[in-house]
Ligand binder design. Structure first.
Ligand code: GRA
Ligand code: FAD
Length: 668
């Protein structure tokens, strides 16, 4: 018998009744318009509303059982998406992975990489004919695949990959080998048991001469029996911290032969006679990673908004400690320090989502450029996708943990689902480019840009602010406006870039090689990169609130967004105050006024906090949380979950009879 009341928790209802805007208005804005919101909701209705309850059981299953459940859930989901015949997500990206994935596949998706990465990889790296053959087969699921780049010995340093593909002139084939233990492919999602093909990046050899990295479509399992093909050693790498159902795998290849035409040949080619045609730009092989880094930004913004929704709804329902000793206990959301845990993360998720939208526009433009043989935007695109991937994943990981702490003891329950979100986000700090390594890439781009700025050359749009900041050095007049707050961050970034550049140059002058000097300047390079990312996110948020709006908004919604922007800007400037003070000597009174503004902005967000989270519009199945459901019946859900725990199935578990009781008796 369910303990769940049919009504909404009265404290939560009160929040909804007293807010200054309706959740629906926020939801329409957040999803980019009524039509897009409808697409998302229709998809959720179609997919999530009639899922079996068994998806709720995964925390109590073994690794193998979770995998079996994940495969079955995936098939249910894939069939439903096929029925709908939709190809694009509401935000314009490919339908996979979409907003329904969190709910439909709570333990992860063994074919996420197939859907999200491989198809796009074949589109980007393959010819039109190859997309027709392999890409379409992936889309229809007649072929399942993994993206097998990382090896046991190398993930970051792609040039160090050991897998090789030798061209055989006689048979018109490539022969693939992973000659050492360290060259075994390791980690690819879905490769363990789910994929029957892999995209294998490997060093291409013609007549034993290395031509650099190329990508190959390699069948690894029999199309009929799914058994590993001769020369293929494949399996699951074992339990991960999270990613329980993702089936990350290992792969060894011994003299595995594939037709020459299985090399993805949009940018570089090997002809029948063994002639090699080099790609016009070697880093085009890395462009699939750029795409996935963009999507990661979108995903973590969503995950942060999920965790914020869970913790905020819980904070409206949970009552603990009176503020005035003689009054009743308050909703914990009324403690100012609790607001400091919740609301900045809400603002961050909004800021990151806006940054994603802008990033994705640049990605689409760059992809079109590439199709037309124009590559000049690549360095900026690479740098921007790296910095946003890093900034958003690392701060989201920290933010999700803050939100877990905001839920006290119950946040630590597996059924809060915050732990699961944390593990997912934590993985994204590592995959698709380890965060520190990507920061160093951005640092390198900043150094180049700074050199150009000093030479008076035109800079790429997203670093153009460095040009003015190089000259300005400080703010003439501080008013504390949002524009000033952004400006001061930009000047601080330019200053950091400037001193990093000076230190790099000093090391070079002292005789260090470029590589040594870059390594020894690494800490400052990463700090400058982080600040650069902050500037982009802050500028995008400011533009959304104060710039010309693409869609009309009510004054009430504008006020709410203004409150969130204020909170974001003030929190950010306070966080980086040590860098700001190096370029502008804010007085004690000015800093105190920022602290007051922080407190005021928390109070301003407070009345709308629940409806903002409602406006994120997360389906209960996506939140998958005893603490965060729409009706706020938290204690009943926690109780039901405890009752479902397998340990409680019998009053005395077997192990008590066989071990604990005899041990206790022996000590009588
Ligand atoms: C770290 C680097 C960037 C270093 O590469 P490198 O060849 O040593 O390069 P370098 O000498 O530092 O730079 C050479 C040059 O290449 C540029 N570059 C590097 N990457 C890109 C890019 N993507 N687009 C455009 N340009 C790129 C760099 O900026 C350099 O340019 P420059 O010489 O300065 O003009 C690279 O190797 C890399 O990206 N490593 C990370 C590996 C990675 O991301 N693996 C992902 C595996 S798949 C995965 O994890 C899927 C998970 C999905 C899931 O489960 O959902
Ligand atoms: C959940 C998950 C899913 C994954 N899925 C896939 C997949 O589908 N396909 C695939 O091919 N791969 C996949 N990977 C692998 C992933 O892409 C790599 O683990 C990632 O790129 C990091 O590389 P690494 O493991 O070699 O780390 P390392 O590079 O060994 O990092 C270890 C440490 O060394 C530091 N370091 C390394 N190089 C430098 C440097 N140049 N300068 C400064 N510091 C450095 C790093 O900062 C880090 O602190 C997955 C990984 C995970 C965790």
């Amino acid at each position: 018998m369910s303990l769940l009341p049919k009504t909404v928790n009265p404290d939560l209802q009160k929040e909804r009744d007293n807010a200054s805007i309706k959740a629906e208005e926020f939801a329409v804005w957040w999803h980019g318009g009524k039509d897009r919101l409808k697409i998302k909701r229709d998809l959720e209705l179609h997919i999530l509303d009639d899922l079996d309850e068994d998806i709720y059981r995964f925390p109590n299953l073994s690794h193998e059982e979770i995998y079996n459940a994940a495969i079955k859930d995936f098939i249910k989901l894939a069939k439903k998406i096929q029925e709908l015949k939709v190809e694009r997500n509401y935000d314009g990206t490919d339908i996979w992975p979409s907003s329904v994935l969190w709910g439909a596949m709570p333990a992860g998706n063994p074919l996420a990489v197939h859907c999200g990465m491989v198809i796009e990889c074949i589109r980007i790296q393959g010819t039109d004919e190859q997309f027709e053959k392999f890409g379409k087969a992936c889309q229809s699921f007649s072929m399942t695949s993994a993206y097998a780049q990382t090896e046991l010995g190398h993930g970051t340093f792609i040039r160090g990959l050991e897998t090789r593909a030798d061209f055989d002139h006689h048979t018109d084939e490539f022969v693939l080998n992973t000659p050492t233990i360290s060259s075994y492919k390791w980690w690819p999602g879905g490769m363990g048991q789910s994929a029957n093909h892999c995209i294998v990046p490997a060093n291409l050899y013609i007549d034993n001469v290395c031509k650099g990295l190329a990508m190959f479509v390699v069948p690894i399992r029999d199309m009929e029996t799914h058994a590993p093909l001769p020369g293929v050693d494949v399996g699951d790498i074992g339990k991960r911290m999270g990613f329980a159902g993702v089936n990350n795998g290992y792969l060894g290849l011994k003299n595995v032969r594939i037709p020459r035409t299985n090399m993805l040949m949009r940018h570089s080619q090997v002809h029948r006679d063994g002639t090699f045609v080099q790609s016009p730009v070697s880093v085009l092989t890395y462009f699939t990673m750029v795409y996935i880094r963009c999507l990661i930004v979108r995903n973590v913004a969503t995950q942060l908004s999920m965790a914020a929704t869970i913790a905020t709804r819980y904070s409206a329902v949970r009552r603990q400690s009176p503020i005035n000793p003689n009054e009743p206990e308050v909703q914990i959301i009324d403690h100012l320090t609790q607001q400091k845990k919740l609301f900045p993360e809400m603002a961050n998720s909004i800021a990151y989502k806006l940054a994603f939208t802008k990033l994705y526009q640049l990605y689409e433009t760059t992809s079109q450029d590439i199709k037309h043989g124009e590559f000049s935007r690549l360095p900026e695109m690479h740098s921007l996708s790296c910095i946003l991937k890093v900034l958003c994943t690392s701060t989201t990981m920290a933010g999700v943990d803050i939100l877990r702490l905001a839920c006290g003891g119950h946040g630590y329950l597996s059924s809060s689902n915050i732990g699961n979100i944390y593990l997912d986000v934590g993985a994204s700090c590592t995959y698709e480019g380890e965060n520190t390594v990507l920061l160093l890439q951005v640092g390198r781009f900043l150094m180049k840009s700074y050199r150009s700025a000093l030479a008076g050359k035109k800079l790429a749009p997203t670093v153009a602010y460095l040009q003015n900041a190089v000259k300005e050095k400080s703010l003439c007049h501080w008013t504390g406006s949002w524009e000033d707050l952004l400006k001061i961050l930009q000047i601080a970034t330019a200053h950091k870039t400037h001193i990093t550049y000076e230190n790099l140059m000093a090391r070079l002058k002292a005789g260090q090689t470029e590589a040594e000097a870059a390594n020894n300047t690494g800490i400052e390079l990463t700090q400058a990169a982080e600040l650069h990312g902050i500037c982009f996110v802050a500028a995008t948020f400011l533009e959304e609130v104060t710039g010309p709006h693409s869609k009309p908004r009510s004054p009430a919604l504008n006020k709410v967004l203004g409150n969130l922007l204020e909170l974001f800007m003030i929190s950010t400037v306070l966080k980086y105050m040590h860098e700001v003070l190096r370029v502008h000597k804010l007085s004690e009174a000015e800093i105190r006024s920022l602290q007051t503004r922080l407190e005021d902005s928390l109070k301003a967000v407070r009345p709308d906090a629940v409806v903002i989270c409602d406006g994120f519009d997360h389906h209960d199945r996506n939140l998958f949380s005893t603490l965060g459901s729409y009706d706020g019946n938290v204690y009943e859900r926690i109780f039901e979950e405890a009752k479902r725990c397998p340990l409680n199935k019998q009053p005395v578990p077997e192990v008590i009879h066989t071990h604990l009781k005899p041990f206790m008796k022996s000590n009588l």
